[in-house]
Design a protein around this ligand. Sequence first.
Ligand code: AOS
Ligand code: ZN
Ligand code: ZN
Length: 389
Amino acid sequence: MTTFDQISGDLAALEIEVPSWAYGNSGTRFKVFGTPGTPRTPEEKVADAATVHRFTGLAPSVALHIPWDKVDDYAALRSYAEDQGIALGTINSNTFQDDDYKLGALTHADAKIRQKAIDHHFECIEVMNATGSRDLKIWLAEGSNYPGQADMRGRQDRLAESLATIYERLGEDQRLVLEYKFFEPAFYHTDVPDWGTSFAQVSALGDRAVVCLDTGHHAPGTNIEFIVMQLLRLGKLGSFDFNSRFYADDDLIVGAADPFQLFRILVEVVRGGGFKPVKEGGVAFMLDQCHNIEKKIPGQIRSVLNVQEMSARALLLDTDALARAQEDGDVLLANEIFMDAFYTDVRADLGGWREDHGLPADPMRAYLASGYQEQIEAARVGGTQAGWL
Ligand code: AOS
Ligand code: ZN
Ligand code: ZN
């Protein structure tokens, strides 16, 4: 039996990076709903991210998206974030909102367009140098809609060449993180559709190129924890984009659709070495979510708490007893031990743990009572859409 006291130290190492775009207005292709209090500037997004950290102690960094979070002075944005108690984290590139990229960016048949996309990544690396960010995260919206439309193999070769050029430009402490997604916006073929392709591409680059696993980017029924295990085993899991999905890339609050899946993923993280802060070389635990109808800061608070809750349950798994049951071939006992950890209600213990760490026992209620929401709703008029250029 593992007790809560025994996992207290491991829990303290859990860090979750929130995305700047979670604080902007977002929606579907049918409607973007505006929410009162939406940030108007990158600074205001950083202030909201810092608020999530203040109430939860779980979110010490915020990921930026370029050019959505473009500012004149990134060093100043960095000091602003540090004054608020958080760091600027992963820099996400954007090659999906420019007419030139209609038929591809890093894979485009035209060398001039590829160079434009490469130059954008060079600009992102400049941003990283100023923000002190470790990771350049690349998600590509590239692919084709119809059989015969594109030379899939040629595109794979051009992708390898473009990525190599970008990788060359990275500093010693920086990493290239390549995200995969099985479809959308391209529907016939996608250039980086799965972890195998991402793994093949980053493996050709070198040690500082790794894979990003977005939990919403797989076909229904995929055993995601198997992929987590395999990438950790191969030393190539760079980061998570956590969110949850019922259907496709829903970007809903992590743990909302299937907390058991989140638990199973976190069990593999614990099995693969556990939680380690980014500064110590850990896997980046990012959220990649948007809040279409709910308030954004409470949405982010719920998300980080869900990850913490399932992490605590994963840490409570009695791995010695499980290993014995597995060795004995005791199928039902092994499954029972696994399920016991999943069904453990850790909420009261986590409340006490937070108080011991100088945090509110119930971060959600504390935030709602704090007056911050009313203050931003009154002060900010005309907040922008996430991804609005
Ligand atoms: C897109 O589906 C991916 O999940 C990316 O991580 C993307 O950069 C992010 O959703 C922001 O648009
Ligand atoms: Zn993502
Ligand atoms: Zn996505």
